[in-house]
Design a protein around this ligand. Structure first.
Ligand code: PDD
Length: 290
């Protein structure tokens, strides 16, 4: 909690050590809640509308009412950004159903618990970008509503830990011989100069970075398809990338100890990452609003 100086908890801004929730909170007891991670560039929340829409979708799948109107969310976000002060940050929010005596069914008249904070965003360094990162593959042992950004992340935690213990950055998840996503990222491959990523549905999180990459590829005439990717296609791909709000677009150059393509980040990554950086720069300077 070193670089967090302020947290938002149930309508109050507090020091991290002052923030306390009930041991009966259903987030703690059942993992009954959802979360969001919103990147901040140049002290402005990026793609806020899309992140709030995804949060609303997650909440409505769980039948938790959105505890705050849009203007209040914006106010809280602005205050968290100001209290951190860095140019680039990542905001974490989680909303649980709230505290109640333990009963699997939803208790009545619940007051959701709202918790959030902002941290300085630490990007992958230049060396990592130039070399790419390594990954393992792992069976996707998660439930079948991965489109909900649920705080119950036990399978993701176990798979990321497995990756860490093997000395790699990400676990690429496979279900029925097909790539779903990473333990905490979406996956793209490049094959025959075409960018491919698995389609949206209940097996993946609809990543906001994923949407942006697809949007930028289309706008720049880079062929891009939302299509199933088999394990065989993954291993014969020229390039593989992982995308997320905090890792941005990161090349994966080794999977299960085998090199991807020639083992170096590829030319399509270079092109798309340059386009992405320019887009981010335009956002910072207000040329693009979202
Ligand atoms: N995770 N898929 C999963 C399972 C994720 O956890 C994430 C991001 C993504 C990418 O989504 P986005 O581009 O909107 O960040 C895909 C966040 C960063 C996290 O859990 O910390």
């Amino acid at each position: 909690m070193d670089n967090i100086n302020t947290v938002f908890l149930n309508n109050e801004f507090l020091k991290p050590e002052q923030a306390k929730v009930s041991a009966f909170d259903r987030g703690f007891v059942f993992g009954d809640g959802v979360y969001e991670v919103i990147p901040v560039f140049g002290k402005r929340p990026f793609r806020l509308g899309q992140h709030m829409q995804r949060l609303n979708n997650s909440l409505s799948h769980l039948g938790i009412p959105n505890p705050m109107p849009a203007e209040k969310w914006q106010e809280v976000i602005q205050q968290l950004i100001n209290s951190n002060g860095a140019e680039d940050q990542s905001i974490y929010f989680q909303i649980t159903r709230g505290p109640a005596a333990r009963d699997h069914c939803f208790p009545e008249n619940m007051t959701p618990t709202v918790f959030g904070y902002s941290q300085t965003l630490k990007y992958p360094d230049q060396k990592t970008l130039e070399q790419g990162v390594s990954a393992i593959t792992a069976p996707d042992i998660r439930w079948l509503r991965c489109d909900i950004k649920a705080i119950a992340l036990l399978a993701n935690v176990l798979m990321r830990q497995q990756a860490k213990e093997k000395g790699v950055t990400e676990a690429i998840l496979l279900r029925d011989g097909r790539v779903t996503e990473g333990a905490a990222s979406n996956i793209f491959i490049v094959s025959n100069n075409t960018l491919m990523t698995p389609p949206k549905g209940d097996q993946i999180l609809p990543g906001i970075t994923r949407d942006l990459v697809i949007e930028l590829a289309h706008a720049n005439n880079i062929p891009c398809q939302e299509t199933e990717i088999t394990e065989k296609q993954l291993f014969s791909a020229d390039e593989v990338w992982m995308t997320s709000s905090t890792k941005e677009i990161l090349p994966i150059t080794k999977i299960d100890n085998k090199p991807v393509g020639n083992g170096k980040p590829g030319p399509i990554h270079k092109t798309v990452f340059e386009i992405y950086k320019k887009y981010k720069q335009d956002f910072r300077s207000g040329v693009v609003s979202d």
